[in-house]
Design a protein around this ligand. Structure first.
Ligand code: CMP
Length: 140
């Protein structure tokens, strides 16, 4: 079975109507979208989602930002999907991201870096399960 990864289009991406453009970039690279939905999650959810960052000085800003508006949540399938998504997203900080990357092109500043991509197979499995049931993911 092809590798799967979770890609979240963060509130700044949805607010600026970037869903179509970002989706086209991943599709052009050969990735296949196998699940998608719009959602809006409260700060308590993001405190758990980003638990590894608890205690860092940006944690509260990150949680406030992620709960500030709707997000577009997607699962993508393909060989090396995790590495490809992260390469296309670019460095975490938009100021350090390559100009051709998604964050280099659309990112504003931290924490508003436009997309979140799972960083390992274990993280992808955990994160996908937080948003989607098995029967909401379609192999095609
Ligand atoms: P993401 O890839 O979703 O993983 C953790 C998020 O925390 C990151 O993108 C940014 O949105 C945010 N983040 C990481 N480091 C910082 C920082 N130094 N200042 C503000 N936000 C950060």
């Amino acid at each position: 079975m092809a590798e799967k990864t979770l890609i979240i289009y963060k509130p700044d991406a949805v607010r600026r109507n970037l869903i179509g453009e970002i989706t086209a970039l991943f599709q052009d690279r050969g990735m296949k979208m196998v699940a998608a939905k719009l959602g809006w999650y409260p700060s308590e959810f993001w405190e758990e989602f980003y638990a590894e960052h608890k205690g860092k000085d940006f944690f509260e800003r990150l949680v406030n930002y992620m709960s500030s508006g709707p997000i577009f949540i997607t699962v993508w399938s393909g060989d090396n999907a995790i590495a490809i998504a992260r390469q296309m997203a670019g460095a975490t900080d938009p100021l350090e991201a390559a100009p051709g990357s998604i964050r280099g092109r659309y990112g504003l500043c931290m924490p508003m870096n436009t997309v979140h991509c799972s960083d390992s197979i274990e993280a992808a499995e955990r994160e996908i399960a937080l948003f989607f049931k098995d029967d909401e993911i379609f192999e095609w």
